[in-house]
Design a protein around this ligand. Structure first.
Ligand code: ADP
Ligand code: ADP
Ligand code: ZN
Length: 212
């Protein structure tokens, strides 16, 4: 099964993807995590990506699509995957459709997580992420058991540079899923809209239900 998770920054895509992966064994593919890994490793792609990420802009389609295509060509993605943060626009969606079609696959579900703007700001400004495994926490809504430490791996938690107030605003303006992208999946008959305003533990079963 191939799934895309859609929603604005802070909607809970990464958080829910981790939980769905635990419940179903589906592979979680996050383009944001992949870019951050390149930044950490100081690769050429990381340098390029960072210049966009720091401003709250999208990384150009060409590099993002080729990174994603390489990822899904690996063996562990042959049975299915859940895409978090990809596609961000119709060009990326069509590239994903084409890459999957080459292997006789398609997107089976597009889960749109909807959350009002006011809520997104407080989610992003309180977000903490594990430096080692990428697990997500929130200082108020989903605090770690021990302050500053990841429950999953014991790694150090940090606040992303692009979660600082000025970049958050620009990401929220520039990175909402465009209406044409939502339409792309609506037309394909695979779109499910989920109320993402509920607490984390109440959203997960709604998503799992939509995957049945
Ligand atoms: P968030 O979870 O806050 O929405 P992500 O971790 O998904 O953020 O992405 C972080 C940054 O990585 C984005 O602001 C953007 O610069 C870049 N990025 C991630 N995915 C994509 C994509 N599919 N296309 C272009 N840029 C992307
Ligand atoms: P996205 O990947 O869509 O950008 P995240 O999964 O990173 O969103 O969630 C953003 C922040 O909001 C994280 O700190 C996370 O712990 C928190 N969060 C996620 N879902 C909820 C929810 N349903 N209620 C409250 N906080 C949430
Ligand atoms: Zn961790």
């Amino acid at each position: 099964m191939y799934i895309v998770l859609l929603g604005p920054p802070g909607a809970g895509k990464g958080t829910q993807a981790d939980r769905i992966a635990e419940a179903t064994g589906l592979l979680h593919v996050s383009t944001g995590d992949m870019f951050r890994e390149h930044v950490r490793n100081g690769t050429e792609l990381g340098e390029l990506a960072r210049s966009y990420m720091d401003k709250g802009d999208l990384v150009p389609d060409e590099v993002t699509i080729s990174m994603l295509k390489e990822r899904i060509s690996r063996d562990d993605a042959a049975q299915g995957a859940m895409f978090d943060g990809f596609p961000r626009n119709v060009v990326q969606a069509e590239a994903l459709d084409a890459a999957l079609a080459e292997r006789g696959n398609k997107i089976d579900r597009a889960l749109l997580i909807s959350v009002p703007d006011e809520e997104l700001v407080s989610r992003l400004s309180g977000r903490w992420m594990c430096r080692e495994c990428g697990r997500l926490f929130h200082e108020r809504f989903d605090p770690p058991s021990v302050a500053g430490k990841c429950d999953a791996c014991g790694g150090e938690l940090y606040q992303r540079e692009d979660d600082k107030a000025d970049v958050v605003r620009s990401r929220l303006e520039k990175q909402k899923p465009p209406e044409e992208l939502i339409d792309h999946y609506r037309k394909a008959g695979v779109l499910h809209e989920i109320d993402g305003q509920k607490p984390i533990d109440e959203v997960t079963p709604l998503l799992l239900e939509a995957l049945r």
